[in-house]
Write a protein that binds this ligand. Structure first.
Ligand code: MTE
Ligand code: HPA
Ligand code: MOS
Length: 762
């Protein structure tokens, strides 16, 4: 038996998947053994960004040996519709195509190779129309995906008049490809009775179930979706995993055979949406003490050709428009613009990073014009306890200043700054820059309705435990956290818990694993289920030992003990006893986040359970001859609440940071005027590798009071660290300015080496 201290120790750094990953035993979708008779699907997609389908010739492909069927929208028994929020996205094109990569036909064949060859024999004649890829052009033509939205607090118009300083400008951030290691895919198996089981690489099994049912025109109970784990999602599989599942389900419905489709990397890059590029305008007003008095922003979101999750992403941009700062007068307006790009979608931060980048650009711009360091403005305006956001919520247990000052002290900012100053004085052709990046990120789905979850717990008669939740493991470590929740509630060891796959027949109506809230929502539901079973067990022991209820029983160390220490029983023995006494050893738990609300008409409320805070100090060195750069260090103080799993949480900080730096500095999606993605492979779309990540990443675990709405007081950690990466952009700006104080800074991200070079000599 393990001692209690051992259980506690393991809690701090435990990843159920790590041994599988490092020994190559981890099973993903494509590792499932294929059933005999399995067919393979492949999409024929549009090579034209906008146009009218004049004719299609599938005859050559259809007669190829091994081709079973070529499916068009006409074969869909239900609705040709996969739009999640707004029904504006057909599964297969009908008369028109709206982006390059839009699925038109599905080829079903005996092998993947045959499907691939057949797709090359298809001829679709499309009459091209004028393409729009720029969101501001779309805005001018009033091509919107949803209604514009705004947030307003105070009165910006009148406050600008009283400001000592007012600056206006533009800021742009680029899209970002998710590059989950496992591409999109699904495998459908018909059960013979009209129902279908689907294995899907999705963050949202219920979204898949709902979409497939709609496309097939059947009720949701005919569709079972099962997910073991996925090889990364990063938001890209929150909604956009559904079409592929609908395709294989449709094909299996029509052929009555199992059908599988796993996208090739190139197909995935072409057909799926990415982080939304934004073009934005800002106006910032400060008083003589550098207090930000007023801020205005307009955000033009490049939504692509269909709404997907764009309206929700747009909402979060506004919620995070003032980042970690209190600004009394705010007016922010946002537009979701329809263009001829693949529908853009959720990506870590969900529009928040795009909003936060703009206020940081505005502050950097103001500081430069005034002639002071940006840090001074940042520091003077940090959120305090009780500060109100423009959406009406007030901060509680605000850690903004705590993180900021701890970062400055812990990493000795004074020394860092003087070292950089000295370095820059000593070196002519390499320059260093530094930037601070405070973050504040709201935890909860901004759509209040989605903040709920369920879990199913079985205690088997031998004392072992099986748990099911709605959580999807995508590398973020939620499986380990779920196991920890059950183990700590029952007071048993993690190895006694088996986490089952995520399956819609065991846990229904799930929200996707997203919004960083997966562990909170599913963990709380799991806790509820565990507590129901514990309460039944307690009742049994109170009777058996004839003790008062007040003699509360403690579940710990594989043993249940009365508070007065007079009685105890081993977990295993108790479960055997409960089984003999016909006690129900299974429970279904439910959780809905209390308190949260948001009124879409007044645009005020309390949308977030709590906020996560932190501060990063980024230092970089720029090669002023070549424009190349490297990041010397990123030093972080992060608000974890009370981290329940330090190893997992550290992984999230490091991964999120690298992904954020990638977005801000090197990942550049390039489309030409015809809407063709020029950066369409991983050789010309550069993601961070081992050589480009910071030379040093220091993370200080700020143990804070946390929040009762965080599972075991361990705050959500999935998305917030991505936004530390924004500091990388401004560190580069500051290094450029050290070389050329007159340099033009455009606030157009990503700051690639080419852009650095242009800026150095501008
Ligand atoms: N970490 C890994 N390794 N893989 C992922 O796909 N997705 C991120 C983040 N961290 C992701 C990840 C995103 S976009 C979100 S919303 C959260 O994890 C989702 O998981 P959580 O709610 O458990 O934090
Ligand atoms: N975050 C992530 N995903 C979401 C959200 C959100 O706020 N709302 C709907 N899907
Ligand atoms: Mo994350 S963008 O909420 O999947």
């Amino acid at each position: 038996m393990t001692s209690n201290s051992n259980i506690k120790k393991r809690k701090k750094s435990f990843n159920i998947d790590a041994p599988l990953h490092v020994t190559g035993r981890t099973k993903y979708l494509d590792d499932l053994s294929e059933l005999a008779g399995t067919l393979f699907a492949k999409v024929y997609y549009s090579k034209i960004a906008y146009g009218h389908i004049e004719s299609m010739d599938t005859s050559k492909a259809a007669t190829m040996a091994g081709v079973i069927q070529i499916i068009s929208y006409k074969d869909i028994p239900g609705e040709n519709q996969v739009g999640g929020i707004i029904p504006d996205e057909p599964l297969l094109a009908e008369q028109e195509v709206h982006f390059i990569g839009m699925p038109i036909l599905i080829i079903v064949a005996e092998t993947e190779l045959i499907a691939h060859k057949a797709s090359q024999l298809i001829e679709v004649n499309i009459q091209a129309k004028e393409v729009i890829i720029d969101p501001i052009e779309a805005y001018q033509r009033k091509h919107f995906l949803s209604d514009p939205i705004a947030l307003k607090m105070g009165d910006t118009d009148s406050s600008f008049l009283d400001c000592e300083y007012v600056f206006e400008g533009r800021a742009e951030s680029g899209g970002q490809e998710h590059v989950y290691l496992e591409p999109q895919g699904a495998y459908a198996i018909p059960n013979g009775d009209g129902s279908i089981k689907i294995y899907s690489s999705t963050q949202g099994p219920t979204a898949v179930q709902r979409t497939v049912a709609k496309v097939l025109g059947v009720s949701m109970n005919k569709i079972e979706v099962d997910v073991n784990r996925i090889g990364g999602g990063f938001g890209g599989k929150e909604d956009q995993a559904s079409p592929w599942a609908a395709m294989v389900a449709l094909a299996s419905f029509l052929t009555n055979r199992p059908v599988k489709y796993i996208l090739e990397r190139g197909e995935d890059l072409q057909m799926t949406g990415k982080r939304h590029p934004y073009r934005s305008r800002y106006k910032i007003g400060l008083d003589k003490n550098y207090k930000i008095v007023a801020f205005e922003g307009q955000y033009f979101q490049n939504g692509g050709a269909a709404a997907d999750l764009s309206p929700a992403v747009l909402g979060r941009t506004l919620f995070h428009a003032t980042n970690s700062y209190f600004i009394p007068n705010v007016t922010v307006d946002a537009y979701s613009c329809r263009t001829n790009l693949p529908p853009n979608t959720a990506f870590r931060g969900f529009g928040g990073p795009q909003g936060m980048y703009v206020i940081e650009a505005a502050i950097h711009h103001a500081a430069r014009k005034i002639g002071i360091p940006a840090q001074l403005i940042q520091e003077r305006n940090l959120l305090e306890e009780g500060s109100e956001f423009s959406y009406g919520q007030k901060t509680e247990a605000c850690e903004a200043k705590n993180c900021w000052f701890q970062a400055k002290n812990r990493y000795d900012i004074g020394q860092l700054e003087s070292d950089i100053k000295q370095y820059n004085a000593d070196n002519k052709y390499t320059k260093k820059g530094l930037a601070l990046m405070p973050i504040c990120f709201g935890i909860s789905f901004t759509n209040t309705m989605m903040n709920n979850a369920r879990a199913l717990v079985h205690v088997y008669s031998d004392g072992s435990v099986g748990i099911s939740t709605g959580a999807i493991e995508m590398g973020q470590g939620v499986s380990s956290k779920m196991i920890q929740v059950a183990a700590s509630n029952f007071g048993i060891e993690e190895r006694q818990i088996k986490l089952e796959t995520t399956n819609t027949t065991r846990v229904a109506n799930t929200s996707p694993s997203a919004a960083s809230a997966t562990a909170d929502l599913n963990g709380k539901a799991l806790q509820d289920a565990c507590k129901q079973i514990i309460s039944r067990l307690k009742k049994l022991l109170v009777t058996k030992w004839d003790i008062p209820k007040s003699n509360v029983l403690i579940f710990d160390n594989n043993t249940i003990t009365s508070k007065d220490n007079q009685h105890s029983i081993l977990w295993k023995d108790l479960i055997r006893l409960a089984f003999q006494n016909r006690i129900n050893l299974s429970a279904k738990g439910h959780y809905a986040t209390p308190r949260i609300n948001f009124d879409n008409t007044t645009r005020k409320g309390h949308p977030f359970a709590y906020h996560v805070y932190g501060t990063a100090i980024t230092t970089c060195t720029v090669d002023c001859i070549r424009g190349n750069y490297e990041f010397d260090a990123v030093q972080i103080v992060h608000d974890f609440g009370t981290s329940m799993n330090r190893a997992v949480d550290l992984g999230q900080i490091e991964g999120g940071l690298a992904q954020g730096i990638g977005w801000m500095t090197m990942e550049e999606l390039i489309y030409n005027e015809a809407g063709v993605l020029k950066s369409s492979n991983l050789a010309n779309y550069k993601i961070p590798d081992i050589y480009s990540v910071p030379k040093e990443v220091a993370v200080h675990y700020l143990e804070t009071a946390g929040s009762d709405l965080a599972i075991l007081k361990s705050k959500a950690v999935g998305e917030p660290p991505l936004m530390y990466g924004i500091g990388a952009y401004f560190a580069l700006c500051n290094a450029i300015l050290a070389y050329n104080a007159q340099a033009t800074i455009t606030y157009v991200a990503p700051m690639t080496a080419e852009k650095v070079l242009m800026s150095l000599y501008s």
